[in-house]
Design a protein. Structure first.
Length: 341
C-alpha cells in the first residue's frame, strides 16, 4: 500500500515482501551472495584474460624440464656464456625490450630465463622458491644446455639468485653483474602489501579476482616508481603488461615479496666470501631500492668489486641506460681475460 506525503510530492513505499511475508532487503546472506558472485565473475574474466595474454604472447624460446619444473629460456649469440636473471614481477621480455639481450648477443652467448612462475615458466607449489632453490634450478638448467661456466647478471630480485648461484655453485659462475639489487634487510612497508596474494586460500581468491584489476589500475604509478625520475622509454611498450598481471604471475611476485627480507638476512654472510669479479650497478635516483644503503654498502663489503652509480637513473637501469649495463658486463669479461679495465 503506497503512502503519499501531503504537499511534498514524494511517494513513500513499504519495503517489498517475499511470498512468505518477510521483507526482501540487504540481509547479510544477500550481501555475501552478491560479493561471492562478483568475485566469481571477476575470477572468470581474469582467467580468460590470462589465457588470451598467453596466446598473444607465445613462448619466444625453448623449454627445459628441470627438477620437475618446465623452464622457459631464450638463447642468442655466440661466445662466452652470459646469463640474465630478471627481477620480481618481470620476465624475459624486459631484457628483450630494453635491447640489452640483442646488444649482448653481439659478443656473448646470452641465455635469459623466465624464472619460476614468470613468463612461460612453471612454479610448482610443492616447494618454497627461495633464492637458493632458484639458484639450484638455474645451475641444473645450464648443465642441460652445456654451459659449464658463465657471467651472471641479476636485476633486482634476480641479484639474490645470482649471488646464491655463485656461492652454491662457484664452479659455474665466472663473474657477477648485480643491477639494482636489494642486499641488506631494511624496513619496507610495500612488502607486506605486495605479499598478500601469496597467502594460501585467501590469497588465491584475491589474486584471481581483485589483484589483476588493481594491478591494471596501478600500472602507470608502478612504472613511475620503477623508472623515475626518468620517463618510461618508448621501447618498454614491448613488455607485455597482460602477462605480468595474470593471477599466476601475481602469486609468484607476491611470494618473492614475502621472501625478500628473509632472503636478504640469509645472504648477508655470503657477500664477503665472493672472490670472483663483481660489477655493481645502480641508479642514483632509484625510488624502489636505496642505492647508497644497498649497492654502495655492498661495494664496501666486496672490496675488489667495481661500483657504477648512474646519475639520474632509477631502478630500471638496463632500460634507461642500456650501454652502461653493457659496459659493466664487458668490464667483468675483461677482468676474467686479464685485460686492463
Amino acid at each position: 500500500m503506497a503512502l503519499h506525503a501531503q504537499n511534498s510530492g514524494l511517494e513513500l513505499r513499504r519495503p517489498p515482501r517475499a511470498a512468505n511475508g518477510k521483507s526482501v532487503g540487504l540481509s547479510p546472506a544477500n550481501v555475501i551472495s552478491a560479493i561471492a558472485a562478483a568475485l566469481a565473475i571477476s575470477a572468470y574474466v581474469n582467467h580468460r584474460l590470462a589465457r588470451r595474454a598467453e596466446r598473444e604472447n607465445p613462448p619466444a624460446g625453448k623449454f627445459l624440464q628441470v627438477h620437475g619444473v618446465r623452464l622457459h629460456y631464450v638463447e642468442r649469440g655466440t661466445g662466452k656464456p652470459l646469463v640474465l636473471l630478471h627481477g620480481n614481477g618481470s620476465m624475459i621480455q624486459d631484457f628483450d625490450s630494453s635491447g640489452l639481450l640483442d646488444l649482448a648477443a653481439t659478443k656473448y652467448r646470452v641465455i635469459a630465463f623466465d624464472r619460476p612462475g614468470y613468463g612461460h615458466s612453471d612454479r610448482p607449489r610443492s616447494r618454497l622458491w627461495t633464492h637458493q632453490a632458484q639458484a639450484d634450478l638455474i645451475r641444473a638448467a645450464l648443465a642441460q644446455i652445456g654451459v659449464e661456466q658463465a657471467i651472471v647478471l641479476g636485476h633486482s630480485w634476480g641479484c639474490s639468485v645470482a649471488v646464491a648461484l655463485a656461492r652454491q655453485h662457484p664452479e659455474s659462475v665466472s663473474g657477477l653483474v648485480l643491477e639494482s639489487g636489494y642486499y641488506y634487510p631494511a624496513a619496507r612497508a610495500d612488502v607486506a602489501i605486495m605479499s598478500g596474494p601469496a597467502v594460501p586460500v585467501i590469497g588465491d581468491v584475491v589474486r584471481y579476482s581483485i589483484s589483476p584489476i588493481l594491478a591494471r589500475l596501478t600500472w602507470p604509478a608502478v612504472l613511475r616508481k620503477l623508472f623515475g625520475p626518468r620517463p618510461v622509454p618508448a621501447k618498454f611498450a614491448g613488455f607485455p603488461k597482460a602477462m605480468a598481471v595474470r593471477p599466476s604471475q601475481i602469486r609468484a611476485s607476491a611470494a618473492e615479496s614475502a621472501l625478500m627480507i628473509p632472503d636478504a638476512i640469509a645472504s648477508r654472510s655470503d657477500y664477503s666470501m665472493l672472490e670472483l669479479p663483481v660489477a655493481i650497478i645502480a641508479g642514483a635516483e632509484d625510488r624502489l631500492v636505496d642505492a647508497r644503503a644497498q649497492s654502495a654498502r655492498l661495494h664496501r663489503e666486496i672490496s675488489h668489486s667495481s661500483l657504477h652509480v648512474i646519475p639520474g637513473a632509477g631502478h630500471m637501469v638496463h632500460q634507461t641506460d642500456t650501454e652502461a649495463v653493457m659496459a659493466a658486463i664487458d668490464q667483468v669479461a675483461q677482468s676474467l681475460a686479464g685485460e686492463p679495465v
